[in-house]
Design a protein around this ligand. Structure first.
Ligand SMILES: C[S@@+](CC[C@H](N)C(=O)[O-])C[C@H]1O[C@@H](n2cnc3c(N)ncnc32)[C@H](O)[C@@H]1O
Length: 383
């Protein structure tokens, strides 16, 4: 352990590290291997992608596409994106940037998993140590049927998917999170974006000053619930997810950070919460990981559990229509190259309209960041 660095395990204050509390310090080899990936990703998504964007706009076909990007509503999105990709691929900067994106996407696990393995003993001590409860609970449901689209996807190239590796919490929270994700530059996250601050900024899109009960379907490791807690300390927090691994990590993080959550293993589309029982629902980075029919069912479920006058805030990467053509090509790329099967199809939809059709009122869709991310769609259940 590097001297002077404190963790929850060593008795120092716990720190939320991009989805998990930092549990152990990786060895020097592990840290260095990941840090170089973080630096590379930051460089390619910043300097190299900027160059690719300039080259795209210098190409007459690229400039023409950009000019009419949002108007071509009679042309299906996959065809529009394919045209833009043809232009993008003429640029060596674009091809290099994408090659390195895939390289970093694979290497974070190629390096991060062995780095966590080398800390297995420390991790076991960390997980075995008693943690004072912050009052939260976790209810797993072994009878829940996890759909194949969920279990058979290795999300973001993660070996075995969300529940495939018992030390993934260490790989991510003590490695990939602080050394790679912290520098931004992947998927819709721009180079130098701070994803922890982005979560807080998204939570601030709830329109009221205070909330009674806030529910997060697909809450994963409770990072967003922590941002909710920081913004609305008075709110009672309830979260659910399919993944037992993430829910266990999430409860541990909440205990370490000292905030109370009620966690349940549930389908986002079937929360089993009473109707009209929540003041707010937040969905963060959930939409792009679910098929369209499940997304619509999850939105209907959010509407059902909200009290009249309650608010929904949803944040995900932006729709293709809200970004420039090269950025749309970049977003679309994740579908086939970073194991995100629903990334593109969910970018084609106008979710504000879907919400209106379900019955939400005062709906709005807008970007918080310059490249359309974080993208917000919000609305309320009528009084
Ligand atoms: C990218 S993560 C985001 C996690 C969390 N919202 C956050 O802000 O860190 C997506 C999460 O959605 C969960 N998920 C996807 N589909 C789900 C479904 N139908 N029901 C419950 N959880 C789901 C995954 O297990 C994963 O934890």
């Amino acid at each position: 352990m590097a001297s002077g660095e404190k963790t929850g395990a060593s008795g120092g204050p716990a720190k939320e590290m991009y989805g998990h509390v930092k549990a152990v310090n990786l060895d020097q080899r592990g840290r260095a291997g990941l840090e170089i990936l973080g630096a590379m990703q930051n460089y390619i998504a910043g300097t190299v992608r900027d160059r690719a964007k300039k080259e795209f706009m210098r190409d007459p076909e690229g400039a023409e596409l950009a000019q009419h990007w949002k108007e071509r509503h009679n042309e299906p999105w996959p065809e529009r994106i394919a045209k833009a990709r043809t232009v993008a691929e003429r640029s060596a900067a674009y091809r290099y940037e994408r090659l390195m994106q895939r390289y970093v996407g694979e290497q974070v696990y190629v390096r991060g998993v062995p780095a966590a393995e080398r800390r297995r003993k420390e991790a076991e001590v960390y997980y075995a140590a008693p943690v004072p409860s912050a009052g939260g609970t976790l209810e797993l449901d072994p009878s829940i049927e996890l759909p194949k689209w969920y279990t058979e996807t290795e999300w973001h190239l993660m070996p075995g998917g969300w529940d495939g590796y018992d030390l993934m919490g260490i790989t991510m929270g003590s490695g990939v999170g602080p050394y790679v994700f912290a520098r931004g530059g992947y998927a819709a996250v721009e180079a130098n974006d701070d994803i922890r601050q982005q979560r807080v900024d998204v939570v601030k899109q709830f329109p009221k000053k205070s909330y009674g009960r806030i529910y997060e379907p697909g809450c994963g490791g409770t990072s967003t619930l922590y941002a909710v807690h920081k913004t609305f300390p008075e709110a009672e927090l309830i979260g659910s997810d399919y993944s037992p691994h993430l829910l266990r990590q999430g409860l541990l993080s909440a205990d370490k950070l000292g905030f109370k959550v009620t966690l349940k293993q549930r389908d986002a589309a079937d929360t089993r919460e009473p109707s009209e029982s929540m003041d707010g629902v937040i969905m963060y980075a959930l939409q792009h990981e679910m098929p369209i029919d499940v997304n619509i069912a999850a939105l209907k479920e959010a509407f059902r559990i909200l009290k009249p006058g309650g608010d929904l805030v949803m944040s995900d990467p932006p729709p293709f229509a809200a970004v420039d053509p090269l950025q749309a090509v970049v977003l679309d790329w994740d579908t086939d190259h970073r194991d995100e099967p629903y990334f593109s199809i969910t970018r084609e939809y106008e979710w504000e309209k879907v919400m209106k059709d379900i019955g939400f009122v005062n709906t709005e869709a807008y970007a918080l960041g310059a490249q359309g991310y974080p993208w917000i769609v919000r609305g309320s259940k009528p009084l």
